[in-house]
Design a protein around this ligand. Structure first.
Ligand SMILES: Nc1ncnc2c1ncn2[C@@H]1O[C@H](COP(=O)(O)OP(=O)(O)OP(=O)(O)O)[C@@H](O)[C@H]1O
Ligand SMILES: [Mg+2]
Length: 365
């Protein structure tokens, strides 16, 4: 978590155009605090790498300004910025040992030998590569090579570390282990991390705050929990996890509370929701839906009968796909707590889906 309220990176009205047709980054504003673990998340081609490269100084800005620690860095060369970047395809020098790779950035700027030795040792310890100092990269695993790239960036003691998809080359299990390790490392060194990823689970599990990008623009900046539970648009709701969306056909106010009418469910009352905005959709996460054979008797629940069309078993959970009488597709995810629960769900079976209306998230677009 950030220790201070100091802004370390300030991205102000930044636009990047390539030629006359591509706007890779479109009027982005972003303030990143010292000590934050910040994630830039978005689909392929939305401008994440370009934004990171502009912060690092590898790309010029078409419009706007970037301030690092209060200074406009537009005329500062990448090597003189207090940031360091770990690239999307992590490049470690194949002909150098681990130790030589990590010390490279210090050697080129003429750091005294004794200082290089102690800082290299410290960085290698940090990423847990002690004992492998003399190995060449081709004798290291993917995860170990990734740590060499990290140590090489950390050894320069940047104020901000920029990580572009640092774990994308790793398999799922190792990736998860490295995610935890990166969080631990960031807490230890206290350096601000900005990580780019298109993996929403990776961003949710690691970052303090996430900016979701789409088509060069920032669509929402929030904590992982707010982003998931209270997405601000259908795009964000759909990009972060799975979602059921209902079209709103009518909006009204009853006893001071917002009521939205949707097909098949009728009028839904949403206490505490801003009544001054216009809503077009209601979002509902699959895990908020309960599944039962009989109609639930509890008052205040939304309940609808639906036919099971697909049951996708993924071990800890099952994703159940339903269709209502009106033809609406709904998905529910259930935890497989009991070993034998699974066989109870039969395709074509009519069941009841139910949830608390407070789990609806109204969306304006
Ligand atoms: N040097 C360049 N010249 C022209 N267009 C470019 C250049 N670099 C990037 N682009 C375009 O800018 C847009 C954003 O690219 P960018 O690499 O920032 O995306 P990204 O979000 O990092 O995607 P990915 O997740 O695939 O890495 C894309 O449409 C890309 O084709
Ligand atoms: Mg990229």
């Amino acid at each position: 978590m950030p220790d201070t309220d100091k802004t370390i990176i300030s991205v102000q009205d930044v636009t990047k155009r390539f030629g006359s047709t591509v706007t890779a980054v479109d009027n982005v504003n972003l303030e990143i605090k010292e000590g934050e673990f910040f994630a830039l998340l978005g689909p392929s081609g939305c401008g994440k790498t370009t934004l990171l490269r502009m912060i690092a100084g590898f790309e010029t800005l078409t419009e706007g300004a970037i301030l690092i620690d209060g200074d406009d860095v537009s005329s500062v060369e990448p090597t003189h910025r207090p940031v360091n970047m770990v690239f999307q395809s992590y490049a470690v020098f194949p002909h150098m040992t681990v130790e030589e790779n990590v010390g490279y950035g210090l050697r080129v700027v003429g750091t005294p030998k004794a200082e290089i030795d102690s800082r290299v040792k410290e960085a290698i310890d940090l990423v847990r590569l002690s004992g492998l100092e003399q190995r060449k990269p081709n004798k290291l695993s993917g995860g170990q090579q990734q740590r060499v790239a990290l140590a090489r960036a950390l050894v320069k003691k940047p104020k901000v570390l920029l990580l572009d998809e640092p774990l994308s080359a790793l398999d799922a299990k190792l990736r998860e282990a490295m995610q935890l390790e990166l969080v631990r490392l960031q807490e230890n060194v206290g350096i601000t991390f900005i990580i780019v990823t298109h993996d929403q689970k990776e961003a949710l599990s690691m970052a303090n705050r996430i900016a979701v990008m789409g088509d060069g623009k920032i669509l929402q900046i929030a904590s992982p929990k707010t982003l998931y539970e209270y997405p601000s648009s259908s795009f964000v709701a759909d990009f972060i996890g799975q979602v059921n969306l209902f079209d709103v056909t009518e909006q009204g106010i009853a006893h001071g509370e917002l009521t939205l009418t949707v097909d098949e469910l009728g009028a839904v009352v949403l206490p505490g929701v801003d009544t001054s905005r216009t809503y077009h959709k209601l979002a509902l996460r699959p895990e908020k839906i309960g599944v039962a054979r009989d109609k639930p008797s509890e008052i205040g629940l939304v309940a609808i009968p639906a036919k099971l069309v697909e049951d996708s078993y993924i071990g800890d959970q099952s994703h159940l796909y339903f269709e209502t009488a009106g033809g609406k597709a709904l998905s529910a995810s259930v935890q497989n707590r009991d070993r034998d629960d699974h066989h109870l769900n039969k395709r074509g079976e009519k069941m009841w889906l139910y949830w608390h209306p407070a789990h609806f998230q109204p969306l304006s677009d």
